[in-house]
Unconditional design. Structure first.
Length: 191
């Protein structure tokens, strides 16, 4: 994981997939049809393979805008270089950060994911800049992700992704599959 030199610059501490703690490691998009979006990204943009989490309600407890969240989504993840692309399709009409984006701006860009070494400290830092917690959920890597809302003028949410060894292992496995990917098996179910 990350170490910092005297100047504050990150030293040789990349994750296995090439990302750095404290930086954007993911860009995410809300889509109306996950399989059609995968087909476009795989065919036109040569991005894949896609790891599919079908009907992903999160793990354990989730909250949206301070209340419980029961939203059901399907997500798919793939790498282009060291950047992970996440596609998200809501499967119901339950209130969520995903439905909120569709209602505000339609389908398209949703969030940037930043690898956070200390989620609570990062939340406090973002709060000083006017961000509010919009969503929290437990994830399979054993931690919680947090979506932060920067207000109506922000282009999307910021997701704090815990920079854990389990996250690195999972994402690095997805990244390794993308190296030299020849287009076969574009969708690979997870779990």
């Amino acid at each position: 994981m990350s170490t910092v030199d005297a100047s504050g610059a990150a030293t040789d501490s990349r994750f296995g997939f090439g990302g750095l703690p404290g930086r954007i490691i993911q860009s995410a998009f809300v889509v109306p049809d996950l399989h059609a979006a995968i087909e476009r990204w795989a065919g036109e943009l040569r991005t894949g393979p896609w790891f599919l989490f079908d009907h992903f309600p999160g793990e354990g407890e989730a909250s949206y805008r301070g209340g419980p969240s029961s939203a059901d989504v399907s997500i798919a993840m793939a790498f282009t270089g060291s950047l992970q692309i996440e596609l998200i399709q809501p499967n119901d009409n339950a209130p969520s950060v995903y439905r909120e984006t569709i209602e505000r701006r339609g389908h398209g860009f949703h969030h940037h994911g930043i690898a956070s070494e200390d989620v609570e400290a990062d939340i406090a830092s973002y709060r000083t800049r006017g961000f509010q917690i919009a969503y929290r959920a437990d994830v399979p890597t054993g931690r919680q992700v947090v979506y932060l809302d920067g207000g109506a003028e922000a282009p999307g949410f910021i997701e704090l992704i815990p920079a854990s060894p389990a996250m690195d292992e999972l994402f690095t496995g997805f990244w390794k599959a993308s190296i030299g990917w020849d287009g076969t098996d574009p969708i690979r179910p997870v779990g």
